[in-house]
Design a protein around this ligand. Structure first.
Ligand code: GLC
Length: 735
């Protein structure tokens, strides 16, 4: 393949923009390679792209989208999904799969939350890295997206995400950072939006200083489709490949010729495009779709979250003669993925109705759609459904968000299920208390009214093409539910921290809630929620014991805890480790997820979970120091089954990673008293001046006063004395 030096300026310019909607530009003997969606299944258009690049893709296995995958809390399983998608992409000669999407769920209203993992950056980073690893294990590149701070669909191509530095660093960047540092994605996709006024596609701090210089990214930066607004500015910022082509290569040529663009900048981008072309898999092995369908079913069963199960109504008895009313159009017409660029043409689709009928036999099942998906109430359908429920032992209601309610490209306005479905649920429950609700939704829905009329509630999210059979596996106990919430379900939309600000207006979205996203907010302010982050029920019970925490070295710690299955059925649970900073000079969330492990246990089995907490587990981003800081002091390690089910805690004291601060005239009294040498020096001086007995309330009042104010207020300290204190404190530190 011709090397860079042999290419003309025009050829080089054309390589930094696509050849068509899905391919890079072929130049000389440099072949074009294909980049295409998507995060939970291959979306490769069968023919050349249509106007939106959305229609008619080759059949591929549709796995559960990220909202469901995240609820598995299972890195190994997510890795396997990545490998399966990668294998199918490889078989179709695709070089890069455009996923995973790892944007943080700032608001339940975001139309693309189905395509993202969590409200928590730690969980998002670990699962996103697993998907990248799986994809790339098949020789296909991943494209971590949308970099960065793309947390809404409203006005997404123009809006400026106005977010402070600490919130960026602690919430919206960590998942990308973890994936770049640990999984080496072949590409990163920049987002449409601006960040604090600068388009991501032209943001040199984001694409070069942070991504490459600080994090060490060595791959290629590709634009989101249509995200480049200024080709030259994008190249200078570090964006290597514009997709799809915008017919502006001549702007690059002209800029180099005029000296406005350093040709080395162009060469750097071309070199990365050539690396991408060289890394594309050459052969095209076949792959077996049926195996992947079985995997999709296993994965889906690990994703659904059992939220309620009064009287252990579930699992249902497959062998009994009890009759079952299967109600809801979603049982017959499953909603198993979200709309937009990630939408896969599945190889096949299982329905819950068929799967349930296959388990218990047609004679035990009565089906009624109960509603139509357009949301208009149909009294006849509802009446027939109520009648079926009345005449059956148990009623299974399959409710959810109709496809038109949420999608890429727009945000929701509320979190309610359609009113006609809620009316149906109340009517069914009124005649049959043994009502089970199974939800299909990409974004969180308000569960209060649902829970009121359901003895059991299974949050199915969107479960992919095998979700129908996986749901039957869960309802009849062939699989024990093990999903855990990867995002809080709030009681009401106005309770959500971003509610006053989302989605913003006049091309600005102000991230006024700062770092207090999801449970970081609800748990810190102790606000009631419908279901907490990390929550999920099982058909068995688990217990934690013997928590041990030891400082391994410096500011790291080792955590060990026993988890036991104390029930009578095999099952899996997720042991979660949260870190609470007992006292810090800045405000911090009450605790943050810093470790987790999924454990599969037979009845009576006990497993020891070992987790390592490195210094990043304790650090906050110091805007003052412009770096991550572990402040010396006490931390509490909290272990449990959700952010609100803390079963055991242990405290440790860390030395921190900061040098002893140098005191100065503007250091406060409190800083002096807390200082290892300044404290004793000041106390001695106060004692000598007979001021040691200052009443505590006065000390408290003066705590935040810079010590030099004692001089200027004439509070008994002269400038000479202050100079002496500073010298004595400095001498003790150096001594
Ligand atoms: C879209 C999406 C992106 C997708 C790309 C190609 O607009 O934002 O996630 O990969 O275009 O379809």
């Amino acid at each position: 393949m011709v090397d860079l030096g042999a290419l003309s300026l025009e050829q080089k310019a054309s390589l930094t923009s696509g050849g068509d909607f899905w391919h890079t530009q072929a130049v000389a003997d440099i072949p074009a390679v294909m980049l295409t969606d998507g995060p939970h299944g291959l979306r490769k258009q069968a023919t050349s792209a249509d106007a939106l690049g959305l229609g008619n893709s080759v059949p591929a296995t549709c796995f559960p989208p990220a909202v469901a995958l995240a609820s598995s809390w299972d890195e190994n399983l997510v890795d396997r999904v990545g490998a399966a998608v990668g294998a199918e992409a490889h078989a179709e000669n695709v070089a890069v799969v455009l996923g995973p999407g790892v944007n943080i769920k700032r608001s339940p209203l975001c139309g693309r939350n189905f395509e993202y993992f969590s409200e928590d950056p730690f969980l998002t980073g670990r699962l996103g890295a697993a998907l990248v690893h799986g994809l790339q294990s098949q020789g296909v590149g991943a494209s971590v997206k949308h970099f960065a701070v793309n947390n809404q669909e409203s006005d997404r191509m123009r809006v400026s995400a106005d977010v402070d530095e600490r919130t960026l660093r602690e919430i919206y960047l960590p998942a990308f950072e973890h994936i770049v540092r640990t999984a080496a994605p072949r590409t990163v996709m920049c987002s449409y939006n601006k960040i604090n006024g600068t388009y991501a596609s032209e943001n040199r701090w984001l694409l070069t200083e942070l991504l490459r210089d600080e994090w060490g990214f060595e791959g290629l930066v590709v634009s989101d489709w249509g995200a480049v607004n200024d080709r030259v500015a994008a190249l200078v910022a570090g964006l290597d490949l514009e997709m799809p082509p915008s017919g502006t290569d001549d702007e690059i040529v002209a800029a180099v010729r005029s000296g406005a663009l350093d040709e080395q900048v162009l060469d750097r981008a071309v070199a990365r495009v050539l690396d991408l072309v060289r890394s594309a898999p050459q052969d095209a092995p076949s792959c077996v779709a049926d195996e992947h369908h079985a995997l999709a079913r296993k994965v889906a069963a690990a994703c659904a979250v059992l939220l309620k199960n009064d009287g252990d109504l579930l699992p249902l008895d497959a062998e009994s003669a009890e009759t079952i009313a299967v109600i809801g159009e979603f049982a017959r017409t499953p909603r198993f993925q979200g709309a937009g660029s990630s939408q896969v043409t599945p190889t096949r689709v299982d329905t819950a109705l068929d799967a349930i009928t296959a388990v218990v036999g047609a004679e035990r099942v009565t089906f009624e759609p109960g509603f139509v998906l357009d949301g208009v109430r149909d009294a006849a359908l509802q009446g027939a459904a109520v009648k079926a429920a009345e005449g059956s032992h148990v009623a299974l209601l399959f409710l959810g968000l109709p496809p038109q309610d949420e999608s890429e490209g727009f945000d929701r306005r509320d979190v309610f299920l359609p009113a006609d479905q809620m009316l149906l649920l109340a009517a069914v429950h009124a005649v049959n208390p043994r009502t089970v609700v199974v939800l299909s939704n990409g974004g969180v829905v308000r569960t209060a009214g649902i829970e009121l009329h359901a003895a059991a509630l299974l949050e199915g999210w969107l479960l992919g093409q095998a979700g129908g059979s996986a749901t039957a596996d869960l309802l009849f106990g062939l699989t024990n539910p093990s999903g855990r919430l990867a995002e809080t379900i709030p009681e009401r939309l106005p309770d959500t921290p971003s509610f006053p600000y989302f989605p913003g207006g006049e091309q600005h979205s102000r991230y006024g809630e700062g770092i207090y996203v999801g449970y970081r907010y609800y748990d810190t302010v102790e606000h009631p929620v419908a279901f907490p982050f990390g929550f999920g029920l099982s058909y068995t019970e688990f217990e934690l014991s013997d928590l041990k925490v030891s400082i391994s070295d410096g500011n790291s710690a080792s955590v060990s805890v026993h988890v036991a299955n104390v029930g009578d059925r095999a099952g899996a649970t997720v042991v979660q480790v949260y870190v609470h900073d007992v006292a810090c000079r800045v405000d911090r969330p009450v605790h943050e997820l810093k470790g987790f492990a999924k454990a599969e246990l037979e009845p009576g089995e006990t497993h020891t979970v070992q987790l390592e907490l490195d210094p990043s587990s304790f650090a906050f981003w110091s805007v003052q120091a412009s770096r991550w800081v572990v402040e010396a002091g006490e931390f509490e390690i909290r272990v449990g089954f959700s952010s609100r089910e803390i079963e055991a805690t242990a405290r440790i004291t860390l030395p921190g990673d900061e040098p002893i601060p140098t005191l100065n005239p503007m250091s406060t009294i409190a800083e002096w008293l807390a200082h290892p040498s300044g404290g004793p020096v000041l106390m001695e001086a106060m004692k000598a001046a007979g001021a040691a007995g200052v009443p505590p309330e006065l000390v408290a009042m003066a705590a935040d006063m810079p010590i030099s104010k004692l001089v200027s207020f004439g509070f008994g300290l002269s400038q000479e004395q202050l100079d002496g204190l500073l010298e004595a404190a400095a001498a003790r530190v150096s001594g």
